[in-house]
Design a protein around this ligand. Sequence first.
Ligand code: MRU
Length: 348
Amino acid sequence: MSPQSDDRVRAVIWREDALELLDQRLLPGELRYRRLSGAAEVAQAIREMVVRGAPAIGIAAAYGVVLAARACRARDPERWRALVADDLALLAAARPTAVNLFWALRRMERVMREPVADPLARLLDEARAIHREDIAANRRMGQLGAALLKERGAVITHCNAGALATGGHGTALGVIREAYAAGLIERVYADETRPWLQGARLTAWELVQDGIPVTLLADGAAAALLRRGGIRWAIVGADRIAANGDVANKIGTYHLALAARYHGVRFMVVAPTSTVDLSLANGSAIPIEQRAAEELLELGGQRVAAVGAEVWNPSFDVTPAAWVDALVTERGVVLAPDTVKMAELMAD
Ligand code: MRU
């Protein structure tokens, strides 16, 4: 693996006067960046999944605050901080589950209150720091997670927790990249991840570009694959981790964890501490995004489901901490996470 493999593609790019987001809805067919110059556009891009993946959403929102602050200060140099509040609310309402969004907005809000000579420059510095720190966290987690894979074998992943979902390199895919480079992975099985197909469109695309052997499977085939044997670890990312270690991630993760538990396959969650939400005692309090019925009723814009069928379309599910063998963060690895270990991890 080239050390620059995560730099082959960047989901979020800051230009001096605008934010560029790779439109992930078009991948892998088309590589097109959208140029956004206002916070409302950034909120819309998050809502509509131009950018997705918990850390990437947080990073995009942080740059969105920079754009908001610039516009509001130009409008009213005295009251601009009060005006930015509307944009903050808009960004916060974009998607509910990934806590990195709220974590990044809180960090930007704190900076906005600092009494500095050039608050706009300070805000941009902070957004850049959030972006930079995420890539550094991914690199660290890559090493820590790869060290857990003691023997060569195959792994399975769900959704896309790669460079596209983060500032670069990826969380689960960061571990997979490092472990592959160390000769510990012979093949990656990627769930296609219905209904948005992040596995088929994004994860498979990232892995093919890195020359890492990838086999795609329907989500419903995962249990049969694990039963067949040969899969050493299931490795996934997270959108929010509660104080007891319960993990919200893309719908289907719970299913995979259940099958992994049953078949004795170890389950690894890779996420930066910006994904941890100690304010929620357990996963039952994590808000789960419900998405549009059309995502299931249609395929490629064509109606496929029976007319009259109703839809339940949660975008995330919660895997109990008890089924997580290892939580890998940039601060270290927590084996079999629970409330005490999570509190220790998050202590300053
Ligand atoms: O709906 P998405 O594509 O934003 O969901 C993304 C996931 O569930 C990822 O697994 C998670 O954000 C971790 S990304 C490093």
